[in-house]
Write a protein that binds this ligand. Structure first.
Ligand code: B16
Ligand code: MG
Length: 222
């Protein structure tokens, strides 16, 4: 394995809580009940699709102009939380793995559905680790389509089967598998059962595991 690709929300930082607050704010305005459990289904899903899902939950049909206005409002609300982020919000032991891979000269990429990925990486001070940042602005097909990860591999100059993907969402694991990459789920094993391997979080990942991946001959994972 020669390249490592990381999802952002739920893998590197926990921005899901800010997405939740912003969606909840909009849902309250629209009189739609929205819980943290509902927010689980929004993980890894594009902003546009999330709003479609929210409106479906409320049985609302709206004009394109109204849709776009709410999309903008939700994002502005979300950005007000992002503005206050700093390195303390990086999830535990993520820097340990990033630093080790950088020391070993292993190229890394970000593969996220978020259109705010670049500014978030800047805020938490991790931009310099990534040779490529493929985010929601660079792809037209959302996860579970493999486009985001295939583009990341291409930017790293590697074949998909030489790449490892860390993901916290089912749609993201499906995308990594469809790309023919080695998928590592971060979260609950029963939820991420399609992943090649699952860890609760990065504190469970030993450097010896990373070393094993680096010395593993790539094969086809599909
Ligand atoms: P934005 P990831 C995803 O990030 C989030 O998990 C998902 O909840 C969000 O709707 C999506 O980004 C779009 O984010 O509104 O910032 O463009 O997990 O793919 O890093
Ligand atoms: Mg995620």
């Amino acid at each position: 394995m020669k390249g490592f690709i990381f999802d952002l929300d739920g893998v590197i930082v926990d921005t899901a809580k800010y997405h939740y607050l912003a969606w909840k704010h909009l849902a309250d305005q629209l009189g739609i009940a929205f819980t943290e459990e509902d927010n689980e289904r929004f993980k890894g899903v594009s902003r546009r699709r999330c709003l479609e899902m929210l409106l479906e939950m409320g049985g609302l049909q709206v004009s394109q102009t109204q849709f776009d206005t709410w999309l903008l409002e939700k994002n502005e609300d979300y950005l007000s939380y992002i503005a206050r982020m700093d390195a303390s919000e990086i999830l535990p032991d993520v820097p340990k793995v990033l630093k080790y891979l950088r020391e070993r000269g292993v190229p890394m990429a970000l593969g996220s559905a978020s259109k705010n990925a670049g500014p978030i990486l800047e805020k938490v001070g991790l931009s310099s680790y990534f040779k490529a940042v493929i985010d929601g602005n660079k792809v037209v097909k959302a996860k579970p389509d493999p486009q985001v990860f295939l583009l990341a591999a291409e930017r790293l100059g590697l074949a998909p089967r030489q790449c490892v993907v860390f993901e916290d969402a089912q749609a993201g694991i499906a995308a990594a598998n469809a790309a023919g990459m080695f998928s590592i789920g971060i979260g609950q094993a029963d939820v991420l059962s399609e992943a090649c391997q699952v860890f609760g979080d990065f504190t469970e990942i030993e450097i010896s595991f990373i070393d094993r991946l680096l010395s593993t001959e790539p094969k086809t994972y599909q």
